[in-house]
Design a protein around this ligand. Structure first.
Ligand code: TYD
Ligand code: MG
Length: 388
């Protein structure tokens, strides 16, 4: 937390505090976006129940009894949380005057309407107008307001982009509904860095904060399997070890298939072309499937080397030792390129008990006393010789 911060309200949820830049700033309006079913209501209700402050949780999405049931699932202490099922803002403000909450939660902005205009809930004009009323309330009373917004198929908070400009903080809750991990990112934050992120696991009794994300993103296995490699990646400011899984097999039907989950398909095709042209691996007639475990999507180019090694491992049907990990980008000439924040990546690998980390020969760093063996390579062939 920055020392310049005068006063923030502790949400009692470390991941959320981190993403917010310390906690809830009085009078701030925070928009939490995410696809339906991802866990937005769960997250904010859980936070509302566990906070020491008095929270008014307004839902236009579910009935009182549905919310009560959810609340019982999430926590056994909810003395300070008031639940209101209401969609008209004038009625909401009436309850606010009576109960004077410290924090207001709105679930969701798409269900609200103000009597001042005639449009139906969820329309651009209603969303704009009700948000404006909430902002006015937040600023006048210094009350933090958390607003849930559903994301439409195009990936923006449904209705107007303008909403994102009106609020102080825009958070995004993401994940793959088939997996239990959820990532909370900040897209905009007037009070802190947008590089921070929070990681949760959705359990039957709510969202668990994941303090050591690396452990969960590496699948557990007893024996060495071919086709997997661990990448030392970076999500936001946080080092993260993730497992890359590749399956290379002879194409059964004419055109070989290429598919990538959690990794950019264009980049996979680029890497396969580099392997073919620059390093002489003939994968042109092979199906290649690539997967990042945990259902997360990674953009960090530093995972390239692990992608290459997972592919080569599957192609050779030879496992890479489980205590090895990788952090480097691959260039078009087949060169192994340096990546940012290499020291953080190396120390995370060391902390988690890896024995060797493969990086680019061109990566410069100052700390020389790592308790992990650092292997610097400059070309794909070199790493191939070392591994297989
Ligand atoms: P929800 O918070 O309703 O999503 P959103 O508000 O973003 O639409 O989350 C819904 C999903 O989460 C639903 O599939 C059930 C699951 N869930 C759990 O797995 N554990 C829980 O404790 C709760 C409350 C929900
Ligand atoms: Mg919901």
């Amino acid at each position: 937390m920055k020392s310049t911060r005068k006063f923030v309200l502790d949400t009692h949820n470390n991941e959320l505090n981190t993403v917010l830049g310390g906690g809830l700033v009085p009078g701030s309006v925070i928009l939490l976006g995410g696809e339906p079913g991802i866990g937005k209501s769960t997250l904010l209700l859980q936070v509302a129940l566990e906070m020491k402050h008095k929270v008014l949780y307004v839902s236009g999405e579910e009935s009182q009894s549905q919310i009560k049931m959810r609340a019982e699932r999430l926590s056994n202490s909810h003395s300070n949380c008031l639940i209101l099922t209401e969609t008209n803002t004038q009625n909401i403000f009436k309850t606010i005057q009576e109960s004077e909450p410290d924090i207001l939660v709105i679930d969701s902005i798409q269900t609200l309407y103000t009597s001042h205009i005639e449009a139906s809930p969820g329309t651009v004009s209603q969303i704009k107008e009700t948000t404006a009323e909430l902002i006015k309330y937040a600023k006048e009373t210094a009350t933090p307001v958390l607003v849930i917004g559903h994301i439409n198929k195009e990936g923006s908070i449904a209705g107007p982009k303008i909403l994102e400009h009106m609020v102080d903080v825009v958070l995004q809750f993401e994940g793959d509904r088939n997996h239990t991990y959820r990532i909370l990112r900040s897209q905009k934050n007037r009070f802190g860095s947008t590089a921070e992120l929070g990681i949760y696991e959705m359990l039957s009794n709510g969202l668990r904060e994941v303090t050591n994300p690396s452990e969960i993103l590496i699948s557990e296995k007893d024996s060495d399997l071919s086709g997997t490699a661990i990448a030392a990646t970076q999500e936001g400011m946080r080092p993260l070890m993730i497992e890359i899984q590749a399956l290379v097999s002879t194409a059964v039907y004419g055109t070989p298939q290429r598919s990538a989950t959690g990794y950019n398909l264009k980049r996979l095709n680029m890497i396969l072309a580099v392997l073919e042209k620059r390093a002489g691996f003939h994968l042109g007639s092979k199906d290649v499937f690539l997967n990042i475990t945990g259902g997360i999507h990674v953009d960090d180019p530093a995972i390239d080397l692990a992608v290459v090694c997972a592919i080569l491992s599957s192609n050779n049907d030879e496992a890479i030792p489980q205590n090895y990990c990788f952090a480097a980008e691959i260039g078009l000439a087949g060169e192994v390129r340096p990546v940012s924040r290499i020291e953080q990546r190396i120390s995370e690998a060391e902390k988690l008990g890896f024995d060797k980390v493969f990086i680019s020969k061109f990566n410069k760093f100052t700390n020389k006393d790592f308790g992990i063996e650092i292997i610097a390579v400059s070309k794909i062939e070199e790493i191939y010789q070392l591994l297989f």
